[in-house]
Design a protein around this ligand. Structure first.
Ligand code: 6R9
Length: 580
């Protein structure tokens, strides 16, 4: 059972150095996530411990010890070096949740590269904007996804395409085949001498306007990720841990790789589509003890009922956590009934790199609340007009954090003004570093919440137009831009539409080009167009044709207005709405 101490005990005299003690890491030692998640674990006498338990789409299984992860990630690191990849170069990982993803992630970090994981479901357009923005030097992918890369490579500064799975005979031109299971093991590799501020992982996240933003993380993030994994996920040495997130999403790297392996937990990965039965089977078979998942999945499990739960032996489960969207009180209560313990909600973002507001184990759970700030995190809700912290319980404001926690993002790649706009109290022309270090600065999350008299945070909603579909953030702008490339569409506005399981799904309101009819064929063609250009997540589930779109006088689409109509909410101040 957990022995991590009460929330109150942990708050008192908190210091991030505790993370260093927990990792047994001393100042002056090498701080490289790749090294800390493999070599250090082996050096602690855990070389033969299982690091990865993997099950693939068609039921195939593989497992790797920490020593195997160590030598195989060395092999990736050396191979990348041999290809001319230099420290600081961005290396994209674009593949399903196969073992190569997890192991190459460490390999990239070991040689000083910046790992850029992207969802394999992305189609060429989504891939292209992210590779272009990151000026990605090399991409690791599988044969299945090569055609998307081929489609865009000529226009990109991408030098090296590495295929890690498939048939080498199918490669073209300068594409290189590297299958780590067949490659020579590299027993010793001299890791890049990174420090706390050395760039590590670049995660793309969607915004309301403009293209996706690349949130840059650093090697020092491991302290935040490991400590939260230890105290909130309650990861202990003998845990069998399953984080269901794909590493294309920050949860899948911060907790699906870094937090877990830095603490030497055995990490489970199921690379197959969701069914409740499949998931329960996986928990039962691997005796999963700690489970970190998302509300969409929990709601789907709930829909399939407790009778199904009873058909499996899930008694190994001792601790459950959730992230990505509001976790409904109903889901918390159901999980108590179904699994004998509640899913504990945690709130954080790509930008924060690690958990910020959490239901700390042992703290009384208020179903529907996100919990309280993690020790060491100063959180507030700011008044919507004055940006001052609200002291009145229950009043809604913007969730904000005092900068300075270890896993905080260090910049939005090449978008300094957007980075600066996330901070209140920083000088207008502040550098990213000044934004984080100036006095009285708050990082503003873009979400709204209230705080109750006991200090619990209650999520209210996002402060922008970003759509949260099943825990994945989708930027309306990216979809709108793609929609208007379809021959039938003149204008488009994209909003989130309420959905029972996914919380929101994408809805598009469109104005047609003259001469086009909106019949079933056109609808299907538009949906497929987006699915094939961007990703299945971005595909509108509903398309509504309008004569015109509501716009501000300056020509900006008023998504807020469309959303209010859709959600049956008050439309609010429409003074900026363009006249008829
Ligand atoms: C880790 C992650 C961040 C946004 C965030 C908020 C929503 C995350 C939540 C939650 C309510 C929670 N979100 N956790 N909303 N309750 N417990 O999800 O990162 O993909 O960047 O999304 O997700 O809107 O701002 P990211």
């Amino acid at each position: 059972m957990s022995n991590i101490g009460s929330y109150e005990q942990r708050l008192e005299g908190f210091d991030w150095n505790i993370a260093k003690q927990i990792l047994n890491w001393e100042e002056g030692e090498l701080l490289n996530i790749g090294h800390m998640c493999s070599d250090r674990i082996c050096a602690q006498g855990k070389a033969d411990k299982t690091a990865l338990i993997w099950e693939g789409f068609s039921g195939e299984k593989r497992s790797y010890t920490f020593d195997e992860v160590r030598v195989l990630s060395n092999a990736y690191a050396k191979f990348l070096q041999d290809q001319g990849v230099k420290p600081g170069d961005r290396v994209c990982i674009f593949m399903e949740k196969i073992p190569a993803l997890y192991i190459s992630f460490l390999g990239i970090l070991k040689m000083g590269g910046v790992a850029q994981p992207l969802f394999s479901a992305f189609e060429h357009d989504s891939l292209e904007v992210r590779l272009r923005s990151a000026e990605t030097k090399a991409i690791l992918t599988t044969q299945k996804h090569l055609k998307k890369v081929r489609k865009i490579i000529d226009d990109l500064p991408l030098d090296t395409v590495i295929c890690v799975e498939g048939n080498p005979a199918k490669l073209k031109g300068e594409e290189i085949f590297f299958n780590v299971d067949e490659a020579q093991r590299v027993d010793q590799f001299e890791c890049f001498e990174s420090g706390p501020e050395t760039p590590s992982v670049l995660h793309y996240t969607s915004g309301t306007t403009g293209q996706p933003k690349g949130a840059q993380h650093v090697h020092g993030s491991v302290f935040g990720q490991a400590l939260t994994a230890h105290w909130v996920l309650d990861l202990q040495d003998d845990d069998i841990y399953w984080c269901t997130a794909d590493p294309g999403w920050v949860t899948g790297t911060s907790y699906g790789i870094i937090g877990a392996w830095a603490l030497a937990a055995t990490n489970c990965v199921l690379d197959s589509g969701f069914t409740s039965a499949k998931w329960y089977q996986f928990v039962q078979e691997n005796k999963v003890t700690v489970w970190y998942s998302a509300p969409t999945a929990i709601r789907s499990l709930m829909r399939d009922g407790t009778d199904l739960v009873k058909q499996y032996d899930l008694s190994s489960l001792r601790h459950l956590c959730s992230v990505g969207e509001p976790l409904n009180a109903e889901a918390v209560v159901w999980s108590e009934e179904a699994f004998g313990k509640p899913f504990l909600d945690t709130f954080w973002q790509t930008e924060t790199g690690a958990m910020m507001i959490t239901n700390y184990p042992g703290m009384p759970v208020k179903p529907g609340s996100m919990g309280k700030p993690f020790p060491g995190i100063e959180a507030a809700v700011l008044d919507l007009k004055t940006n001052e912290p609200i002291t009145e319980p229950g009043k809604v404001g913007l969730i904000a954090f005092r900068p300075g926690w270890p896993s905080m993002f260090r910049e939005y790649r090449n978008q300094h003004d957007v980075y600066a706009s996330k901070f209140v109290g920083a000088p207008a022309d502040a550098t990213p570093e000044q934004c984080r270090t100036a006095d009285d600065v708050w990082y503003v999350s873009g979400d709204r919440a209230s705080i109750d008299p006991d200090g619990y945070f209650w999520f209210v909603g996002r402060d922008d137009d970003v759509i949260n579909t099943g825990g994945h953030l989708v930027g309306p702008f990216e979809i709108e831009s793609a929609l208007i490339e379809h021959e039938a569409i003149a204008e488009a506005a994209v909003i989130g539409k309420p959905d029972e399981v996914n919380m929101e799904v994408v809805k598009a309101c469109v104005v047609l080009n003259p001469g086009f009819e909106f019949d079933d064929m056109t609808e299907l063609s538009v949906m497929n167009f987006i699915r094939k250009k961007l990703s299945p997540l971005a595909m509108p589930q509903e398309i509504e044709v309008k004569d015109k779109l509501p716009k501000t006088r300056s020509g900006k689409i008023l998504r807020r207005y469309l959303k209010a109509l859709e959600w049956g909410e008050e439309v609010g101040d429409l003074s900026t709405l363009e006249d008829d």
